[in-house]
Design a protein around this ligand. Structure first.
Ligand code: NAD
Ligand code: WQD
Length: 341
């Protein structure tokens, strides 16, 4: 079975490609490398001993996408490609709508031209917005995220719903990721942010490796147990296996039509202070930190109700917080400059 993976050279994409290859799927990666390196795919090939067809291209380039569909017998598209920096999306919102919403529409249009009806979308916990109580479950209404990035994810989820109403053959799964961290256990592939990391774990890892002096913990006065924000961190390999589970669910449920959303998280909230402690004890590296002012747009605490993925996809996050920390460090210490030579 041939799977087109947009954004497959990126952090979550590369781990998911590895899992798909290990499960005997044929993978075509389509990525413009705007936030990744083709080296990730080379390493995935080495780790799995399998081949991957890699095409450098932009999802907004419909002619190039058409060529890919012409030359392959694609059954399903897993769509990771997107710009993903929440803060940046507030400064260049049009670029975010252009890549993340228009780009997704381009992919869906070309799929339609070629009669490909199966779509797995990288959604996010951010779609629950501020309105919903924790833990988030899939029956809740889509919320109003505070950033253009979050709005992009809500818009795409709405587009998928409208498309499913208009097209009785369309089958989509929206996977709402919580906070993916960690790396493949080999330490060969992992998260390679450009510039100053926005996300917590890449920042912590760069402090540990000596690239940054100390961590700023954004807010110590939230109404949480220890005053710092709580999030649902899950291992990126568990997340990768969530994509495999979603693909197998689509394959098994032949009569399914429409869009189904699934939360992919552990169901546990973990604070920033707890992350720092867990990293220090898993790696024996000290993480100096300051408690800094709150970061604009951060919610105090959210985590998943992951029951639906558990019962319907037969998926559960199994890797521990300690494993997430060890694997983050393994990747970072082996690759202090990421994929750069
Ligand atoms: P990433 O930046 O590592 O991967 C995204 C990939 O898409 C990159 O390789 C990039 O080069 C590519 N890309 C971006 N725009 C493109 C375009 N116009 N055409 C072709 N390729 C393009 O990010 P990631 O963390 O792996 O995220 C993957 C997906 O998961 C994204 O859709 C993101 O919004 C979503 N997501 C991520 C998180 C997270 O915390 N990392 C959480 C929830 C959802
Ligand atoms: C986690 C916690 C920060 C950095 C974002 C997106 C979300 C999803 C995942 C894509 C927060 C704190 C962070 C630092 C800190 N992405 N922190 N110091 O904000 O939960 O989620 O990424 O869909 O949509 O919003 O993740 O890793 O940025 O932050 O104290 O240097 O760590 O305040 O409480 P977040 P994060």
């Amino acid at each position: 079975m041939q799977v087109l993976v947009t954004g497959g050279a990126g952090y979550i994409g590369s781990h998911s490609v590895l899992t798909l290859l290990e499960n005997d799927y044929e993978v075509i990666v389509y990525d413009n490398l705007c936030n990744s390196s083709a080296e990730s795919i080379e390493r995935v090939k080495r780790l799995t001993g399998k081949s991957v067809d890699f095409i450098e291209g932009d999802i907004r380039d419909k002619d190039k996408l058409r060529e890919v569909f012409e030359h392959h017998n694609i059954s399903v598209v897993i769509h990771f490609a997107a710009l993903k920096a929440v803060g940046e999306s507030t400064t260049i919102p049009l670029s975010y709508f252009q890549s993340n919403v228009h780009g997704t529409v381009c992919v869906l249009e070309v799929m339609k031209e070629f009669g490909v009806n199966n779509f797995i979308f990288s959604s996010s916990a951010t779609v629950y917005g501020e309105e919903n109580d924790v833990p988030y479950d899939e029956n809740m209404k889509l919320g109003t995220p505070s950033s253009p990035y979050g709005a992009n994810k809500v818009m795409v989820e709405r587009i998928l719903q409208d498309l499913a109403i208009s097209d009785p053959q369309f089958r989509a799964v929206s996977l709402r990721y919580f906070n993916p961290i960690g790396a493949h256990e080999s330490g060969e592939i992992g998260e390679d942010p450009s510039g100053i990391p926005n996300n917590l774990l890449p920042y912590v890892a760069q402090v540990a490796v000596g690239k940054r002096a100390k961590l700023n913990i954004f807010g110590g006065d939230y109404p949480t147990q220890d005053g710092s924000c709580e999030r649902d961190y899950l291992h990126v390999m568990d997340l990768a296996e969530g994509h495999l589970a979603a693909l197998e669910w689509l394959n098994k449920n032949e009569s399914f039509r429409g869009v189904e959303a699934f939360n992919l998280g552990t169901g546990n909230g973990v604070s920033v202070f707890a992350i720092v402690k867990a990293f220090e004890s898993a790696t024996s590296k000290a993480i100096p930190f300051d408690v800094a002012p709150r970061r604009s747009g951060d919610l105090p605490a959210f985590w998943a109700n992951a029951n639906k993925a558990n019962t319907q996809l037969n998926w559960q996050a199994t890797r521990s917080l300690t494993q997430m920390m060890k694997d983050t460090w393994h990747w970072q210490s082996n690759n202090p400059n990421g994929y750069a030579k």
